[in-house]
Ligand binder design. Structure first.
Ligand code: THU
Length: 160
């Protein structure tokens, strides 16, 4: 028997310490929170994506009375980006969440399904996507999606 520990590398910053480009992307994600449609959970999430060509794409969660039919902010933004710019790699993604009258203090982290979708984009363009997770007290920076999804399922697994 062997044991193995898998690490997730992340950097923790205050908002003020971040590069201007990351601060800008967070600003866009926070703006997008106001457009979220979340009447069932009251949990409003905004996502902002920067593409390699400089284009900024935003999205927010879209809930539904048939709960599973709704979609998270990250996937709304990423699917839109990939649909509109199928040949342009994604550089970075920022998310922010607002509930009970304030932005979360600790960074909001993407759900499992979103991690899988973000990973597909990272692999599709063979280009790391910087992940920026916003909280009012601290911001997490991850160098790629792979950090969020160790032991992932990806296309090489399909070959067997
Ligand atoms: N949600 C997101 O949009 N992104 C996340 O990272 C976490 C969860 C949404 C889904 C649902 O509309 C609400 O937040 C509560 O789970």
């Amino acid at each position: 028997m062997q044991k193995k520990t898998i690490e997730t590398k992340l950097e923790i910053y205050s908002f003020e310490e971040l590069d201007m480009s990351y601060q800008f992307l967070i600003h866009k994600a926070k703006e997008q929170v106001q457009k979220a449609y979340a009447p069932y959970s009251g949990f409003h999430v905004g996502a902002a994506i920067e593409l390699e060509n400089g284009e900024i794409i935003t999205g927010c969660n879209q809930e539904n009375s048939a709960y599973p039919s709704g979609l998270c902010a990250e996937r709304v933004a990423m699917f839109y980006a990939n649909a509109q710019f199928p040949d342009v790699a994604v550089k970075s993604l920022a998310i922010a969440a607002f509930t009970n009258g304030k932005f979360l203090e600790l960074p909001v982290t993407p759900c499992g399904s979103c991690r899988q979708v973000l990973l597909e984009t990272e692999m599709r363009f063979e280009k790391d996507v910087t992940i920026i997770l916003y909280g009012t007290k601290e911001v997490y920076l991850l160098e790629n999606v792979k950090q969020l999804l160790p032991l992932c399922f990806e296309k090489s697994n399909l070959i067997g």
